[in-house]
Design a protein around this ligand. Structure first.
Ligand code: GAP
Length: 514
């Protein structure tokens, strides 16, 4: 089995074993691509939300936050284009009866071509050592050129066919490339069909009068339709942003990779409304700001990259993804899009209401342009969780599992552990918890040997452990153990609040992004 798969399996089993993520309705064998967050997962998720919200709303005077409803008037989705175009091209394998996204099958074929190109590059690098000139090699080596050229022509043919809704050609392409069902090897394919990803439901009690509505597939439209309300009541002037965190629903066909692609998930989106003509400047600004937000977490610069879209959606004039190195490779974590005035103009047209802004400097009314930043909360959770989960071999050759989360995001900030369950130590330890619980989420545990308790805290990412022993009662000091270094020091009980705060506060994290 590939090593990557092993790592990913560990991530999934650790998430379950330590109360971070469970399959939804697991006692009924779960629901595909739907997950529940457990006691520790919920805390971590809330802390990610807090980090995002504070960075957007608290640190920007010109960004306000809202909480729009999941259910919206059905015309919303006609205006946004989701009814007509929010679909994936589907293909079924007649033998295995499995369903695939036709575009993903083709993209995976191209990824294999890229792997071959990378292999050639790797071989040459090894052979030539320091004399290796990567750029020159990539632009001259016949095999690399062949693999890359083939990829390009396949992807551009696919893009053109999808744009023209020529699904017959997509099937032809799959056949010409000899793409088989990855699990069974069968090439017995059905036609390609479009499949809308929105979940429909009904509003109203009686069957005859019920209205067909949708669960929102993105949170953004709740922001667009509220633009005039928020602009007027907040008295904001352009440029200004509206931020929102909330659930979105997509009936994903290929729902794999744990919480990477879910049917019910959460988005953290911010639409930044700007005067026409300034959008590309703000787009660049938001690219930089969002990357800084990620880098402040300390997961390593080498684990992020921008992937600029060459082929743009009809409403965008620039778009990029921030990709993260997940256990299964670099994949989209966040999207940053310059969406022009497409959404607001479409809602103007469909609602018949003006969604304009009077610009006192330009002395004119116009529909603002929008730069959007959109990150999946669950994907961010997976990025953090999978990167921070480590197995370390210690000096005595034992292995410890540690979740080295950024301290501000850890579910618990400190664990209070009385060394023994007697002699007044639990009472003293509880006194500390009662003192500190107003400031920090604290964990209290008195069962098992202290070493075992440390390991349990390492596994859920608690940055500090505080051990109360017999000396604590005499001199009011405790042992403080650091999760990452495992170093222990003796500190005064009265200094604990200050010490913990310095380690876990959001101030330190947020000041890195300013
Ligand atoms: N409003 C723009 C928008 O929704 P998107 O690229 O479709 O753009 C934005 O989604 C982000 O939402 C993605 O970068 C990803 O992090 C997250 N996301 C999208 N679909 C998802 C899914 N099925 N499961 C989990 N996260 C998802």
């Amino acid at each position: 089995m590939a090593k990557q798969e092993d790592v990913f399996k560990k991530v999934i089993s650790h998430a379950k074993e330590y109360g971070f993520i469970f399959s939804s309705s697991e006692i009924y064998d779960g629901l595909s691509a739907v997950y529940d967050y457990g006691q520790n997962g919920t805390e971590l998720k809330n802390n990610i939300k807090k980090y995002w919200w504070m960075s957007m709303v608290q640190l920007h005077r010109n960004i306000v936050g809202i909480d729009a409803s999941i259910l919206m008037h059905p015309t919303t989705w006609e205006a946004s284009g989701h009814v007509k175009a929010f679909s994936d091209p589907l293909i079924d394998n007649k033998d295995s009866k499995k369903r695939f996204r036709a575009d993903v099958l083709i993209e995976e074929y191209c990824a294999r071509l890229e792997e071959k190109a990378q292999k050639e590059i790797g071989k040459a690098k090894k052979r030539l050592g320091k004399a290796f000139d990567k750029k020159r090699f990539e632009t001259t080596h016949p095999k690399v050129l062949e693999y890359r050229g083939k990829q390009q022509s396949i992807l551009s043919r696919m893009a053109q066919s999808l744009e023209k809704e020529n699904l017959e050609d997509i099937k032809k392409l799959i056949e010409e490339l000899g793409i088989a069902d990855p699990d069974t090897g069968s090439k017995n394919w059905t036609e390609v069909r479009q499949f809308n990803l929105m979940f429909g439901t009904k509003l109203g009690a009686s069957t005859e009068n019920a209205t067909e509505i949708y669960l929102r597939p993105e949170t953004a439209q709740g922001i667009f339709v509220n633009f005039p309300n928020v602009q007027k009541t907040s008295r904001q002037r352009l440029p200004f942003g509206i931020a929102q965190i909330g659930k979105a629903f997509r009936n994903e066909i290929v729902a794999r990779q744990f919480i990477f692609r879910m049917r019910e998930f959460e988005q953290m989106e911010m639409q930044f409304f700007v005067p026409p003509g300034t959008e590309l400047m703000f787009y660049e600004e938001w690219k930089e700001k969002r990357m800084k937000w990620h880098l402040a977490l300390g997961l390593g610069k080498e684990n992020y990259k921008f992937h600029d879209h060459e082929k743009l959606a009809h409403y965008a004039n620039a778009a990029t993804d921030i990709e993260f190195r997940f256990p299964f490779g670099f994949k989209e974590l966040e999207g940053i899009h310059s969406r022009t005035d497409f959404d607001l103009s479409a809602h103007e047209k469909f609602s018949g209401k003006k969604l304009q802004y009077f610009d006192p400097e330009r002395n004119e009314n116009y529909v603002p342009y929008v730069v959007e930043t959109s990150i999946g909360l669950d994907r961010m959770f997976l990025a953090l969780f999978s990167h921070c989960l480590k197995e370390e071999t210690l000096e005595d050759q034992s292995v410890r599992t540690v979740l080295s989360l950024p301290p501000a995001l850890a579910p618990f900030k400190a664990a209070i552990l009385p060394l023994v369950k007697k002699d007044g130590l639990p009472e003293y330890a509880e006194g500390i918890v009662n003192e500190l619980k107003y400031d920090f989420p604290m964990y209290y545990e008195e069962k098992d040997a202290i070493g075992k308790r440390y390991r349990r805290q390492d596994a859920i990412g608690t940055p500090l452990c505080i051990t109360v022993d017999h000396n604590s009662l005499k001199d009011h000091t405790v042992t403080l153990r650091d999760r990452d270094t495992m170093k222990q020091e003796r500190v005064k009980t009265e200094n604990l609040r200050k010490i913990i705060d310095e380690k876990v506060n959001f101030r330190t994290l947020l000041s890195k992004i300013e």
